[in-house]
Design a protein around this ligand. Structure first.
Ligand code: FES
Length: 93
């Protein structure tokens, strides 16, 4: 059971990596939602105290969901998955 809404699983499979783990997503998923469906809710740690951070606003405002995609820092809640992308934990904010 993937936890996805019925019918949404019919979309094309997209495979990418997060911290060297292979993640299966569907075309049109954001990185944040793909990671959430994969069971990965922490995407970075705060720079000040190292506290776990993940999706908070889910609309591109809070920056808690920062990840690094192929060397570029992006908000995972507003960035769509692409096949073969390399995603790592986000840095400071
Ligand atoms: S969850 Fe707030 S910017 Fe992504």
């Amino acid at each position: 059971m993937s936890g996805r809404i019925a019918g949404l699983g019919d979309r094309e499979l997209v495979v990418f990596t997060f911290d060297d783990q292979e993640v299966n997503a569907r075309q049109g998923d954001t990185i944040a939602m793909a990671l959430w469906a994969h069971g990965q809710v922490t995407v970075r740690n705060s720079s000040s105290e190292g506290q776990p951070r993940g999706v908070l606003c889910n609309m591109g405002i809070c920056y808690d969901c920062l990840v690094v995609v192929d060397g570029v820092t992006v908000r995972s809640c507003t960035t769509l998955v692409k096949p073969g992308m390399t995603v790592g934990r986000g840095g400071k904010s």
